[in-house]
Design a protein around this ligand. Structure first.
Ligand code: 5GP
Length: 205
């Protein structure tokens, strides 16, 4: 019997570099990355179907009605949601699936998938975070201010996560996240079927 993949929820403040971490997990370790749908306008260089599925509000609401999302949330004036079909297909195929989503979505996932691994990624300091957001140059000042305010609210939610990883050195951060996933997959309670099979195997000798 094929073991199901793990569902890994990566959250973190805007500018913490979680998108880069997720892409490296795909490249280095073969994880699957869920592409979310959003009503936010594309940033320069973002590609529909790669970075997000960019939707009108009407299309997004239609998908909600058809149970097309495993979770969705509103974040700084826009909707974001995780398409259901891809996640379920990949997990069933034994792939580790990453959701890069915000806090409300993460908690919603944990309710539905109790084995999901909730990881919070953060920059080494609040100053570093603000510098990265400004340095990215994709957001206007007012949006940076809104995102910093939202980040301060999200800081209150860190306690809901199971792991925190500081993204100071990218290689180390990626390695640490993968180590968390590997260790979780080795937990006894994640391998009850295998243990049962092993015991049965001995009975038959
Ligand atoms: P951004 O606009 O910077 O791409 O994303 C804003 C926030 O929305 C980030 O914290 C990101 O992780 C989160 N986000 C992206 N996709 C989803 C999703 O499908 N569901 C939820 N709940 N949050 C998402």
């Amino acid at each position: 019997m094929k073991k199901k993949g793990s569902l890994i929820v990566i959250s973190g403040f805007s500018g913490a570099g979680k998108g880069t971490v997720a892409k490296r997990l795909v490249k280095d370790y073969g994880y699957s990355l869920s592409v979310s749908a959003t009503t936010r306008a594309p940033r320069e260089g973002e590609v529909d179907g790669v970075d997000y599925y960019f939707k009108s509000e009407a299309d997004f609401k239609n998908l909600i009605d058809y149970n097309g999302f495993i979770e969705y949330a509103r974040y700084v004036d826009n909707y974001y949601g995780t398409p259901r079909a891809f996640v379920e297909k990949e997990l069933a195929a034994g792939k580790n699936v990453i959701l890069e989503i915000e806090v409300q979505g993460a908690l919603n996932i944990k309710d539905q998938y109790p084995d999901a691994i909730l990881i919070f990624i953060t920059a080494p300091s609040v100053e570093a975070l603000k510098a990265r957001l400004i340095g990215r140059g994709t957001e206007e000042e007012a949006v940076v201010a809104k995102r910093m305010k939202r980040a301060s609210e999200e800081a209150e939610e860190i306690d809901n996560y199971e792991y925190i990883v500081i993204n100071d050195d990218l290689d180390e951060c990626v390695h640490n996240v993968h180590s968390i996933v590997v260790s979780r997959r080795c937990e006894l309670k994640q391998n009850l079927d295998f243990i049962e099979e092993t015991k049965k195997g001995f009975e038959q000798i």
